[in-house]
Design a protein around this ligand. Structure first.
Ligand SMILES: NC(=O)c1ccc[n+]([C@@H]2O[C@H](COP(=O)([O-])OP(=O)(O)OC[C@H]3O[C@@H](n4cnc5c(N)ncnc54)[C@H](OP(=O)(O)O)[C@@H]3O)[C@@H](O)[C@H]2O)c1
Length: 256
């Protein structure tokens, strides 16, 4: 083992996780790349290596605690202790009131919430014993206000945001920084499937650059884009009738 600090990025096989892994590798991090699909991870690792970086593929399902622990342990053995965790893996599925499916909601909580909890649980003791580290969670503006047909996803992202915010307070003065990222709509494979309108959609490269800046600055929280973030915040003090009416209009199916 030699060289720079180590970053572990979950959900590195596509979208924002892939872009962040490339940027962090360019910054000099040796990167552990975690996700379920091996092939896109191998391709990313090859791209990083051909650019002079160091990358390790860690195939794992973040909703399975043993998988996450095994990935963190392998990362520690082959690259070194994790200095930066980017808990980014996520899954989005619609929640339909006429077909409410608690199994799907459990799965969304498993990936989006417990996936973050397991990764933090696995890296935090080492960070605390060394007295340094950074934990970044990719949550969502959907975690602030309920949006149409996203009950399971919004609930899981709200849980992530509150979990990390509480940890951030408890970790003050312990050398471990916590950064909570809350994007609005970003053009990625996740949103390519959406049929509804996506106000203030941010392009992938732009989103990655913004999140990367927030990570480097060790920001406590970063919400973007600001027009949607402002609406989401101000929306929390709107009368509920007004909130429901506005939100149901901005998130209508394009097909209708
Ligand atoms: N795009 C948006 O508009 C938007 C907005 C707000 C927040 N976010 C959040 O941003 C994060 C990145 O999403 P993205 O938009 O970049 O979507 P994406 O391109 O679909 O990427 C999702 C990543 O998560 C991984 N993943 C999913 N389930 C997993 C599991 N069980 N175990 C391990 N990895 C898993 C996927 O890899 P595998 O399939 O290979 O496992 C993939 O690498 C997510 O947390 C998402 O909720 C996205």
């Amino acid at each position: 083992m030699s060289g720079g600090p180590v970053a572990l990025i979950t959900g590195a096989s596509s979208g924002m996780g892939r872009g962040l892994a490339m940027r962090l590798a360019a910054d000099g991090y040796r990167v552990g790349l975690a996700a379920r699909r091996a092939q896109p991870l191998e391709e990313l690792a090859a791209d990083i290596r051909s650019a002079g970086g160091e990358a390790l593929v860690l195939q794992c399902d973040v909703s399975v605690r043993e998988d996450v622990y095994a990935a963190v342990e392998r990362c520690r053995r082959e690259l070194g202790d994790v200095d930066l965790l980017v808990a980014n893996a996520g899954q989005s599925e619609m929640t339909l009131v006429d077909e409410l499916d608690s199994g799907m909601i459990e799965q969304l909580m498993g990936v989006n919430f417990f996936g973050v909890v397991y990764a933090v649980e696995a890296v935090l003791p080492g960070m605390l014993s060394r007295g340094r580290g950074q934990i970044v969670g990719v949550s969502s503006l959907a975690g602030y206000g309920g949006l149409p047909r996203t009950a399971g996803y919004s609930a899981a992202k709200a849980a992530v945001t509150k979990f990390l915010e509480s940890l951030r307070v408890d970790l003050r003065g312990r050398g471990v920084d916590v950064t909570v990222i809350s994007p609005g709509y970003v053009r990625t494979p996740m949103t390519d499937r959406n049929l509804h309108s996506m106000p203030f959609l941010v392009e992938l490269d732009d989103a990655v650059a913004r999140i990367h800046r927030a990570i480097v600055k060790r920001a406590r929280a970063y919400h973007f884009p600001w027009p949607l973030a402002s609406f989401v915040w101000v929306g929390q003090i709107f009368p509920r009738r007004m909130y429901d009416w506005i939100v149901s209009r901005i998130n209508r199916d394009k097909a209708r």
